[in-house]
Design a protein around this ligand. Structure first.
Ligand SMILES: *Cc1c(COP(=O)(O)O)cnc(C)c1O
Length: 506
């Protein structure tokens, strides 16, 4: 026997309704104050891991504590020691500001806690996820009947597309026999700018990274379709089996959009599955500011997109879409004896565990669904267009500064670098110094907490990169960037040049 009286059991994790109500109200108040305080806070803390660990408890407690006081302590801990992708001056990576309604949605979702693996355990949650998926497919111009599911992010959504592709093109016995051991390798085609998910997929799903054909890009960083066609033909002639063509609907680094309609046609002509990686850029198709090639998403066999990027959903939410009804079930479903979920033929129930990699699944659809309803199609069109216009304005502002060199601009990503006026790029010594200078400048900008940028490497040039997927950013935030970068750039150059490029030190 344990130590509790089982007749009047009070589990250490239970909360009384009164305690929940009081603690919850206080927390919501603190969150509202925090959101209000965001613009005045540093964008990111400048702390070392060991300094940060001083704020955490020394060890796992033997005895528990009151959740109210734990949350009263946890709230300032995370408010005061986090990087804020919801800060109006956060332009790093591709991490969006998150719609506040998602925080409330997550609270509601985890309070009810449906398991969205099986319809029976999650009836309304499953239906809400289905509606989310259909709405997103509709926004992308994909046909009615497109199926899909929410996953944790772009990597997982791309994996789903990859696996559906090889199921469809890899031969009837692939699920039993695995990948062909000898005859003709299954090959994947993607531009050299494609995100690293493709290496993980080729490696982890048993193809090996050598099965990726990296197709060179043109000056605008989009795939060179002529090289692609030649490579496919050459591989076919050798007896290999091209099966998947990946197109970028916005590359992660610079936002370049591959010529998707052309890629769709090449895929059709060569009997390849056409997968579009739209983790970042797919949703921009809703905006008039987007490049026309994005319309090719409508022709893709599968698309990966990230609600936690341009739908401004709180992490985590990715979405995988496949245009062929039944293809996901064909790829993922097994029906073991311990899962007997009945469903009527005329009114079938979707059991999401059969459509993807996960088994038990959370109710991440609620925050996506509420965001879609809060903003509507028009609201998303407006926010995405504004992000793109702000990134273009940044590009323009940077271009007119003598000590800043504007580099690329596509979707809502602008890249540029700091170049001291007395230095002339073009020699190895100066070019390598400029790379080092801009890398150090990026560290200093992050540490300053004034603005958060990340980087891109374009033709061996280290560039600062601003990606605006942030509905809190205004024109004033963008106008502040050149001045901040110049001030830190000048200081960084003064500090570095005497030791790193002494020959050119004034
Ligand atoms: C962000 C991104 C990914 C990875 O998505 P996660 O949500 O970080 O897993 C893949 N491809 C592209 C083009 C991306 O922008």
């Amino acid at each position: 026997m344990g130590t509790t009286d089982l007749r009047s059991r009070r589990a250490p994790l239970e909360m009384t309704p009164e305690a929940f109500r009081e603690t919850g109200h206080r927390l919501v108040d603190e969150i509202a104050t925090f959101l209000e305080s965001l613009p005045g806070r540093p964008v990111a803390p400048d702390e070392t891991p060991s300094a940060l660990r001083q704020h955490l408890p020394a060890g796992l407690p033997e005895e528990g504590a009151d959740p109210g006081s734990l949350l009263a302590e946890a709230a300032p801990l995370v408010f005061d020691h986090s990087a804020f992708n919801g800060h109006p001056r956060f332009f790093g990576y591709i991490t969006s500001s998150a719609a506040p309604v998602g925080a409330l949605a997550d609270l509601l979702a985890s309070a009810v806690n449906p398991n969205v693996g099986a319809w029976q355990l999650s009836s309304v949650a499953s239906e809400i996820e289905g509606q989310c998926v259909r709405w997103i497919a509709e926004l992308l111009g994909m046909p009615a009947g497109t199926e899909g599911l929410l996953v944790s992010g772009g990597n997982m959504a791309n994996f789903v597309g990859f696996l559906a592709a090889r199921r469809a093109k890899g031969g009837e016995d692939l699920r039993e026999q695995g990948l062909p051991q000898r005859a003709g390798r299954l090959l994947v085609y993607a531009s050299s700018e494609t995100h690293t998910w493709i290496q993980k997929a080729a490696d982890l799903f048993g193809h090996g990274t050598d099965s990726i054909r990296w197709i060179p890009v043109k000056g605008d960083l989009t795939i060179d379709a002529e090289s692609l066609v030649r490579q496919i033909a050459a591989d076919r002639a050798k007896g290999d089996r091209p099966f998947l063509l990946v197109g970028n609907a916005g590359t992660v680094s610079t936002g370049a959009v591959d010529p998707l309609p052309r890629l769709a046609a090449i895929a059709r002509e060569n009997d390849l599955w056409f997968h579009a990686d739209g983790a970042y850029g797919a949703l921009a198709v809703a905006s008039d500011e987007a490049p026309p090639d994005l319309a090719g998403l409508a022709e893709a066999d599968s698309v990966a997109m990230d609600p936690h990027k341009w739908l401004y959903t709180a992490l985590e939410a990715g979405c995988a879409l496949v245009r062929h009804p039944g293809a996901l079930r064909d790829t993922f479903a097994y029906s073991p004896p311990y899962y007997r979920f009945d469903g009527e033929k005329e009114d079938p129930r979707v059991n999401y565990f059969e459509l993807g990699l996960q088994n038990s699944r959370g109710f991440r659809a609620l925050k996506v669904w509420l965001g879609l309803r809060q903003a509507g199609r028009a609201g998303y069109r407006e926010m995405i267009s504004d992000d793109i216009r702000l990134a273009r304005e940044l590009h323009r502002l940077v271009a007119v500064e003598p000590r800043l060199e504007a580099m690329t601009q596509a979707l809502s990503i602008s890249t540029f670098r700091y170049v001291p006026e007395d230095l002339e790029p073009g020699t190895e010594a100066v070019d390598s110094y400029l790379n080092e200078l801009n890398e150090e400048l990026l560290h200093r900008l992050k540490a300053s907490g004034e603005v958060y940028l990340s980087n891109a490497v374009i033709d061996d040039v280290f560039a600062l990169r601003a990606c605006i997927v942030n509905f809190r950013t205004s024109l004033a935030d963008v106008e502040a960037v050149p001045g901040i970068v110049l001030r830190h750039g000048d200081a960084t150059d003064r500090a570095l040049r005497p030791t790193r490029l002494p020959s050119a030190t004034p």
